[in-house]
Design a protein around this ligand. Structure first.
Ligand code: FE2
Ligand code: FE2
Length: 305
């Protein structure tokens, strides 16, 4: 237990230090001639129709897909992560100053990430983000109704924390992948380098909290949560949501793609799972904390191995 206390104190001290020097990047010179993400991270790259796109169309698709990925992080940061961490701070932070400070630090950092991602996306695509924080995704029933409702019941906090851990560790794996790839756009890399610094601490905090919550969860609730988690993750991995909206946006911008848009969407619908997300989420080296937790709680595995 003292090991946990020391880890929390270290995480809190690092977070405080990082927050004291943080500045919002200006993103003044985003290079429109460079891709944002590795090509295999995108969906169309894995489909025959990609061969028919010109180099300029592929580049634009890659950039829009990179903005959609930032948007995915924004949605979780403002939604399930902020709600759950707020609940955990109220319930567990009383009488535990260090934990309360860690959770408060995480809330501040997530709000900053949201502003940072939005600032980048607005700079690059002002016409897509001039009315709010969403261009490719929709406010779903799950986000608006179900997740906030579940968050009100402490019995569902372990389930929600599983989702937060996996998505936050995914963001670290994604950032590391970008930083290893040559030729990507420097401002996009800088954004994710900055995000990685904070998210590495958040993953450690998630792991400490999840172990604590799972130790206090009965076996029937673990079975229920494992099944719900599998359903949730299969939904996240289905490329049927914001991915097709990236293709629609591309075709609206470039009328020469209009006639090929239905075929692009048809091929996209035939993808069983998002290839970029799957590649990282199911790699134990990219996601060591998640896979260690899945080793302890195999009922949460959403994939065959
Ligand atoms: Fe974040
Ligand atoms: Fe985070």
């Amino acid at each position: 237990m003292s090991g946990v206390r020391e880890r929390l104190a270290l995480l809190e001290a690092r977070s405080r230090e990082e927050r004291s020097t943080w500045r919002m990047p200006a993103f003044a010179g985003i290079d429109p001639g460079l891709p944002f993400v590795p090509e295999p991270f995108t969906q169309l790259y894995h489909l025959p129709v990609y061969e028919t796109l010109s180099p300029h169309q592929r580049l634009r698709y890659n950039q829009l897909f990179g903005l959609r990925t930032n948007e995915m992080f924004m949605v979780f940061e403002k939604g399930v992560t902020a709600q759950l961490i707020g609940h955990l701070k109220s319930a567990l932070g009383d009488g535990d100053r260090v934990l309360a400070d860690c959770l408060e630090g995480m809330l501040v950092e997530e709000a900053r990430h949201h502003r940072m991602f939005l600032q980048f996306n607005r700079r690059f695509l002002p016409e897509g983000y001039n009315r709010g924080g969403r261009c490719f995704s929709r406010d779903s029933v799950l986000e608006r109704g179900l997740l906030p409702l579940l968050g009100r019941y402490s019995g569902f906090w372990p389930l929600l924390l599983w989702a937060v851990l996996v998505l936050e560790e995914f963001s670290t794996a994604f950032s590391r992948w970008l930083l290893k790839c040559p030729g990507l756009e420097p401002a996009y890399l800088g954004l994710h380098r900055q995000h990685l610094k904070d998210e590495m601490r958040h993953v450690q905090l998630d792991e400490i909290l999840l172990n604590r919550l799972m130790d206090a969860t009965g076996s029937l609730a673990r079975i229920r949560d494992g099944r719900l988690f599998q359903v949730f993750f299969r939904r996240v991995l289905s490329p049927r949501h914001s991915g097709p909206n990236v293709v629609r946006y591309l075709a609206r911008e470039d009328p020469s793609l209009e006639s090929r848009c239905p075929e692009m969407l048809r091929q996209l619908r035939r993808l069983p799972r998002d290839p970029g997300l799957t590649r990282l989420l199911e790699d134990p080296e990219a996601m060591p904390v998640t896979h260690a937790m899945l080793g302890r709680y195999p009922g949460f595995r959403w994939f065959e191995s």
